[in-house]
Design a protein around this ligand. Structure first.
Ligand SMILES: Cc1cc2nc3c(=O)[nH]c(=O)nc-3n(C[C@H](O)[C@H](O)[C@H](O)COP(=O)(O)OP(=O)(O)OC[C@H]3O[C@@H](n4cnc5c(N)ncnc54)[C@H](O)[C@@H]3O)c2cc1C
Length: 318
């Protein structure tokens, strides 16, 4: 029996989470095989071998020229029917979870997402991440082939080189599987993004309006950071969803997060908790964000934020 890893890639660029899935697969004690989807991924064999994959199945078809969850899911499902592996592991990313949901639906099998640990047996006992990382849940999985996605960053992607062979696969795919396909990529913004910024100035309902974000933009600009927000803000249409921090937004991990007028609800906190230092500015000394912050200013953000900006500019002589 084997464990099959679905290699996530974008036009041949391997998602680092795939290597974590390979390391996880090795820990299950069976030979690790992988499937790469589309000719663009043919160059990944050496990297996968470096991480313990002994057989790489290379699936080729015109419909696999770019990412499409239905075509990818059907391709993996066809290989699973043929291979009958013990388990199929994919990345616990948007794409990995999307593809495995397709695989599970097509095979009529259960699937467990965002797994951090497995104890094989009958059934398997599995620990998985829920609620954006704030809860670890234990569950059991009984199925002929176990379908899992591995929570990103749940283990180190350590190398374990082996010699790999390749096998060609020509899946039978109909045009109806091309309903959802990547056809274009638009770069949203050059430079620093919310996910990678070293400094984020976040605004919540306390900011009061779209225009109220101007002083936050000024502070972020003075400190070389970017502006984020809570869902109350996006719900009000004050800012775009791309700026939202949290469970249903972006996970941030800056050196400093300045949270202005944000109460710190759990769904916001899970997106902000990786920040190294948090400064909360809030009128409510008992707000969750204030009690969890490293430093807090209890006061009206409309006065505090411009005062900080003015002081930063004064010290920098700007
Ligand atoms: C399934 C689900 C997913 C969700 N996902 C997310 C998510 O990804 N991100 C997210 O943020 N939320 C998310 N939420 C919503 C979340 O539960 C909260 O409703 C939201 O985070 C609250 O936003 P807020 O802190 O801006 O507003 P509030 O909770 O209303 O807090 C406003 C804060 O501003 C303070 N304040 C008011 N005026 C001032 C002032 N002048 N100066 C200083 N402080 C002031 C108040 O004291 C208060 O603490 C989700 C909810 C659900 C159910």
């Amino acid at each position: 029996m084997t464990v099959l890893v679905v290699a996530e890639h974008d036009r041949g660029a391997l998602a680092p989470a795939t290597l974590e899935a390979c390391a996880f697969a090795r820990s299950l004690g069976e030979p690790v095989h992988a499937i790469t989807i589309g000719a663009a991924a043919d160059g990944l064999v050496a990297t996968l071998a470096e991480y313990g994959v002994s057989v790489v199945v290379q699936a080729h078809h015109d419909l696999l020229a770019d990412y499409g969850p239905e075509a990818w899911g059907e391709t993996v499902a066809q290989l699973v029917r043929q291979y009958q592996p013990t388990a199929v592991l994919a990345t616990g990313t948007d794409r990995g979870n999307e593809v495995m949901a397709q695989v599970a639906a097509r095979l009529g099998l259960p699937m467990v997402a965002n797994v951090t640990a497995v104890t094989p047996g009958e059934p398997w006992t599995i620990t998985r991440v829920r609620w954006g990382g704030s809860l670890l849940e234990e569950c059991t999985l009984a199925a002929g082939t176990k379908l899992l996605t591995i929570a990103h960053h749940s283990l180190e992607a350590s190398p374990a080189p082996v010699d790999a062979t390749t096998e060609a696969m020509a899946p039978d795919l109909g045009a109806e599987l091309a309903r959802t396909m990547v056809v274009e990529r638009v770069e949203r913004a050059a430079g620093v993004t919310l996910a990678t910024a070293a400094l984020v100035v976040g605004g919540g309902r306390g900011v009061g309006s779209a225009e109220g974000f101007t002083p936050l933009e000024e502070l972020a600009s003075a400190l070389g950071g970017v502006v984020g927000c809570s869902r109350a803000v996006t719900n009000n249409g004050w800012r775009n969803h791309t700026d939202q921090v949290g469970q249903t937004g972006t996970r941030i991990a800056p050196d400093l997060y300045i949270a202005c007028g944000i109460s710190g609800a759990i769904q916001h906190w899970v997106g902000a908790m990786a920040s190294k230092t948090i400064l909360a500015i809030n009128t409510d000394k008992d707000a969750n964000m204030v009690t969890k912050a490293d430093v807090a200013v209890i006061g009206d953000l409309h006065q505090v934020v411009p005062a900080i900006t003015a002081e930063v500019r004064r010290r920098r002589g700007a």
